[in-house]
Design a protein around this ligand. Structure first.
Ligand code: HC3
Length: 403
């Protein structure tokens, strides 16, 4: 894949490393966790933290719970989902200048936090529930508004001119007041700017939001092509179940950019919602100080690795990573010897997810794909209620809200 532009944006000292990385991608086996990237492109953040991107604007997450009209409620769910895209897929390159390679979570790794603002407390629990394949599960809830989001995700990657990623997994939003459930499928993505050394995510194909109230939204993603099109584009339609192909059945449409502005229009083409990603206020996530965290909490567990990455000390980075890997290998050995599987702290493997199975019928070719995610995962309120310090505050929250 040599090119004149290769590594153009990479500092001179790192050009060799970038070239070797690109060459090594020709034999990439599709397992993102086994990809070895040069030091300067390593992130200090683990993928367990990415679950927080779902709720950085709690006011938009809870807004549907305060809308009595079911069609408008579904439209607000669509608006919230679209608003999360920039956080999920573009916030890192905005902050760091390019998409870096996140830390691969170990089995049992946790990331906990909360958002506190006018919407009340929104809690987050994220846990690595599987290592092979890597699967991250999360639960996010706001008791004041009776809104609960949970889900899990894995990535299937391939290399053809760039890194292409199909996301496996889903998100499930529940609005207590209306006894309503929404299924979200996850968009496919690929990496742009890889050759010149400024990788960033572009979304492609489609994703769906299926509501138990009878409305589905399909979101189509596109980017800048050779001839036309613009970066990070989205176009969505919302329609009654089963009427995806009927143009006259469309109730709302959304158009614009998931990193900038988009509008939502009704069937008469009146603008009913405008969204400006750069202006929308975010609520910072509060995470316990590292010394108060559980040893399995991400920032505490990865601290020495993160410090070594920041210092640019690759030897220490490798050594500290090995300490974590060795500990994990020893744990797996003990478990195998005692025929006991690692007990997930907040999630449980279940045989069925009946609500989601029903909603998946509205997604063309969609299914739960349990074989790709090491099973089906569900937030376990019992486990969370019994949580011991430092998670006791969390169990109080659960006692007060979940039924
Ligand atoms: C592909 C990705 C890891 C997975 C990231 C996921 C899909 C994780 C779940 C989140 O909810 C959404 C999300 C956002 C970004 C995805 C990452 C972008 C790049 C990263 C690759 C493993 C890194 C590739 C290495 C390099 C050097 C090109 O950045």
């Amino acid at each position: 894949m040599p090119s004149e532009q290769e590594g153009a944006a990479v500092p001179a000292a790192n050009k060799g490393g970038w070239s070797s990385f690109l060459k090594s991608m020709a034999s990439f086996n599709g397992d993102l966790s086994s990809m070895t990237a040069p030091a300067f492109i390593l992130s200090t953040t683990s993928l367990t933290e990415f679950s927080a991107y779902w709720a950085e604007m709690p006011h938009l997450l809870v807004a549907p719970a305060n809308e009595p009209d079911p069609q408008k409620r579904s439209m607000l769910v669509l608006k919230w989902f679209l608003s999360t895209l920039k956080q999920q897929y573009a916030s890192r390159n905005e902050k760091l200048g390019s998409e870096k390679k996140p830390l691969n979570p170990f089995l049992g790794e946790l990331f906990l936090g909360k958002w506190e603002d006018a919407t009340g407390e929104t809690q987050l629990v994220s846990e690595q529930v599987s290592h092979h394949p890597p699967v991250t599960a999360y639960s996010i809830w706001n008791n004041k508004h009776g809104v609960r989001l949970q889900g899990y995700n894995a990535q299937k990657a391939s290399f053809s001119r760039t890194i292409n990623v199909r996301q496996v997994g889903h998100a499930h939003l529940r609005i207590d007041k209306y006894d309503e459930d929404y299924l979200f499928t996850l968009p496919a993505l690929h990496i742009e700017g890889l050759i010149i050394g400024t990788p960033y995510v572009e979304l492609n194909k489609s994703s769906y939001i299926v509501g138990s109230n009878g409305f589905t939204s399909r979101i189509d993603y596109s980017g800048k092509g050779w001839v036309s099109g613009s970066k990070n584009s989205l176009s969505a339609i919302m329609y009654p179940h089963g009427l995806e192909k009927d143009k006259h059945a469309v109730i709302y449409t959304a158009e614009g950019s998931w990193t900038d502005n988009f509008t939502i229009k009704d069937s008469k083409k009146n603008i009913v919602q405008t969204y400006q990603a750069k202006k929308e206020p975010k609520t910072p996530l509060k995470v316990a100080p590292i010394e108060e965290q559980d040893p399995l909490e991400s920032r505490r567990a990865w601290k020495k690795v993160a410090d070594a990455i920041i210092k640019g000390d690759m030897i220490a980075t490798g050594n500290e990573k090995s300490v974590i890997e060795e500990r994990q290998r020893a744990l797996r050995k003990t478990e195998a010897a005692s025929k006991k599987e690692w007990e997930r702290r907040f999630f449980t493997k279940v045989d069925k997810l009946p609500i989601l199975e029903k909603l998946f019928k509205e997604v063309p070719g969609g299914s739960l794909e349990a074989d790709q995610t090491g099973g089906l995962w569900q937030f376990d309120q019992e486990k969370a209620r019994d949580a011991k310090p430092p998670f006791s505050k969390l169990s109080e929250e659960l006692k007060n809200g979940w039924n």
